[in-house]
Design a protein around this ligand. Structure first.
Ligand code: SF4
Length: 434
């Protein structure tokens, strides 16, 4: 007798941490009972793991919820995560939503599902995050090329524009030993690269008396995992100890993504960031003294309240003159319950757009300069598993995207390559050395 398995689809919005967490939630749906289907297909249950970092993120969440409701009318709709934590009522006002679970409750989703019956009234569970909140370990196991491993959650900083501490609570992490066990489990699945994720990962150890560098020293001992990529680290937490380790251990990839946010000290002050642009510069210098071809990216926010044309020009020339390999540009959006919401000097939509376009163009220019600087160099590439227009792509250790004619034997493999030239797509062409 064939048993009908309920079709369940997972959809994730936002950061790598959310992806790792969705992956963990999806593993709580046993394969004997559920058939996991892609989010754009018809399903009986949709689990939408949301983000609320900007207005646009909230909007994308609402659009996704409505899309799934119209794709499969009658399906059970569960909305979980940061947006669900911060705005449960807003979500429950969308007709068809059955369940809303906050950032902690989402890990116990099976306790709330009872038969997947459509609810007459939306059920909401999004408790306040307590300071000593449990840590919910998570990692992703997608295409078995790389895994996102969560090592930390929450944040004790109080950047004036950010709602993440409200959505995820205070900084916390598990013991190093429990992260090592998870990483060993991931290694056992044949994964070659772990991307270390969290909300503020440089803060690792605060709740257990350890440090991020001591965690890395243990992680690199695991056999099977050949690469550890640090997803993002605050400039003030990028210590010389950490850089010394990265310089001397090739498993720590020479790629640092550092949230700068603004190149104007006036704006950094208004943002309540914990560094100045001079400190940022000194960190970049420390990286490049040790690892001259390290890939260094930065997040930048344009249009923060009080950002005059002259402040933006300050940021622009700062970024133009500092050796970064790419920028991630964000347009400021006002979040309720933040200090920035009440700051004077709002920037018009048109000015935000103009500034954003200029920085995106600058990012492209910097990326080409960085790629050209690497032309002729040897590097290691981890090849991905998706075929795109007859090509296979992958990333070098210092985060240059490369392309090569498709060969299925390369998927999930790390190979030595020589970078030749920048292709029309902006990726690097390579020669395979093997
Ligand atoms: S460091 Fe600042 S921007 Fe990042 S999560 Fe913490 S409060 Fe938000």
């Amino acid at each position: 007798m064939t048993v009908y398995k309920k079709k369940v689809a997972f959809h994730t919005l936002g950061c790598k941490l959310n992806f790792a967490e969705t992956s963990t939630i999806s593993r709580s749906f046993p394969e004997e009972k559920f058939e996991k289907v892609p989010a754009n297909s018809k399903a009986d249950i949709y689990i939408i793991n949301t983000c609320s970092v900007t207005d646009t993120a909230d909007k994308k969440c609402r659009q996704a919820i409505k899309k799934f409701i119209s794709l499969s009318p009658g399906a059970f709709i569960a909305v979980v995560g940061c947006y669900a934590q911060l705005k449960p009522q807003e979500i429950s006002s969308i007709p068809g939503v059955d369940l809303v679970l906050g950032t902690n409750e989402k890990f116990n989703i099976s306790d709330y599902l009872s038969g997947f019956e459509k609810r007459k009234k939306t059920e909401i569970h999004s408790c306040n995050i307590k300071p000593d909140e449990d840590f919910n370990p998570s990692y992703s196991l997608g295409d078995r090329t790389r895994s996102f491993l969560k090592i930390q959650d929450g944040c004790d900083y109080s950047c004036s524009y950010c709602t993440i501490p409200l959505a995820r609570g205070r900084s916390r992490n598990p013991e190093i030993s429990s992260i090592i066990s998870e990483a060993e489990h991931i290694a056992g699945k044949g994964v070659k690269e772990i991307v270390i994720t969290g909300v503020n990962i440089g803060d690792f150890g605060k709740s257990t008396g350890d440090s991020f560098t001591s965690l890395l020293k243990e992680l690199v001992k695991i056999s099977g995992i050949e690469r550890f990529r640090i997803s993002s680290i605050e400039p003030n937490l990028l210590t010389d100890d950490l850089l010394d380790l990265a310089e001397n251990n090739e498993k720590i990839l020479p790629h640092f993504h550092i949230p700068l946010q603004s190149g104007s000290n006036k704006i950094l002050g208004l943002m309540r960031r914990r560094y100045t642009r001079e400190i940022f510069t000194s960190r970049i210098k420390s990286v490049l003294e040790r690892i001259p071809l390290a890939g260094i990216g930065a997040d930048v926010i344009v249009g923060f309240p009080g950002e005059l044309d002259s402040d933006f020009e300050d940021t622009y020339s700062f970024l133009d003159n500092i050796p970064l390999s790419y920028l991630h540009v964000f347009t400021f959006s006002e979040r309720p319950d933040t200090l920035a919401e009440h700051l004077p000097g709002k920037v018009s939509f048109t000015d935000k757009e103009k500034r954003s376009k200029r920085l995106i163009a600058l990012s492209k220019k910097k990326n080409i300069i960085f790629n050209n600087l690497n032309a002729g160099q040897y590097s290691n590439v981890l090849f991905e598993s998706t075929r795109n227009e007859g090509l296979i792509t992958g990333f070098t250790s210092n985060y240059i995207r490369v392309e090569y004619p498709w060969e299925s034997r390369l998927t999930g493999q790390i190979k030595t390559v020589r970078l030749t030239k920048v292709s029309l797509s902006g990726r690097m062409n390579i020669e395979l050395i093997e």
